[in-house]
Design a protein around this ligand. Structure first.
Ligand code: GDP
Length: 200
């Protein structure tokens, strides 16, 4: 299940420009600052892989990385930029929704969720939309090492609250994994999970 080799393949500005071979792929999605770059770097164990643009309003791209010459990690534009103009948010939704609904080789979306804070509305909206559209999904909770020194809820409590809030939009609760890019928690679980999904 380990990642031995990663190569950047291309950035696409439209879903129809994505690679046309039939290799399986996992799309990584999450709010800006959720810890996506850190997680990708922890998975790949390289510093220079995540090439995403973090600036809202810039051209949003779908970035394909080929792993072990056999499957893709797809880095999608972040969502929920607090200061982005409404037009940029709309672009995100039509653009990324088109990708989810039409990408036949998509094995699962890895939706990154920050377990160190309470459930956020943008994340709930996204999880609910994916659930209602039957997009295969795994919740990847990030920053599970973080505790607020007794203040606020613990990561496991935030995770439970999140799952409670989205469950009516799912026939079955999606699989979920707790991770930390600081301690390495969940890294091997996530790699194993992806290898199991690819074999179905
Ligand atoms: P991105 O915007 O989603 O790519 O997020 P980054 O990977 O740049 O991380 C955003 C911030 O969260 C940075 O300050 C990271 O150091 C911090 N961070 C990311 N992952 C973790 C984690 O697992 N634990 C903790 N404690 N901090 C994290």
């Amino acid at each position: 299940a380990q990642i031995k080799q990663v190569e950047f393949v291309k950035s696409s500005s439209k879903p129809k420009d994505c690679p046309k071979d039939d290799r399986p792929e996992f799309a990584i999605l999450g709010r800006s600052n959720v810890g996506k770059s850190s997680l990708i770097n922890a998975l790949v164990r390289k510093k220079e892989v995540a090439l995403t643009s973090k600036k809202p309003g810039k051209t949003q791209l779908i970035n394909h990385f080929l792993v072990n010459r056999s499957w893709y990690i797809v880095d999608l534009p972040g969502y929920g930029f607090a200061n982005a103009p409404e037009s940029a948010r709309m672009d995100w939704s039509s653009f990324t929704k088109g990708y989810f609904l039409n990408r036949d080789t998509l094995v699962a979306v890895l939706l990154l969720l920050d377990a160190s804070i309470p459930p956020q509305k943008v994340d709930l909206d996204c999880a609910n939309w994916l659930g209602r559209n039957n997009i295969p999904l795994t919740f990847v909770f990030t920053k599970c090492d973080k505790t607020k020194g007794g203040k606020g809820k613990r990561p496991d409590e935030n995770i439970k609250d999140f799952q409670e809030l989205i469950k009516k939009n799912y026939r079955e609760p999606p699989p979920w994994i707790m991770t930390s890019s600081v301690t390495g928690l969940g890294r091997d679980d996530l790699l194993l999970h992806m290898s199991q999904l690819r074999n179905y």
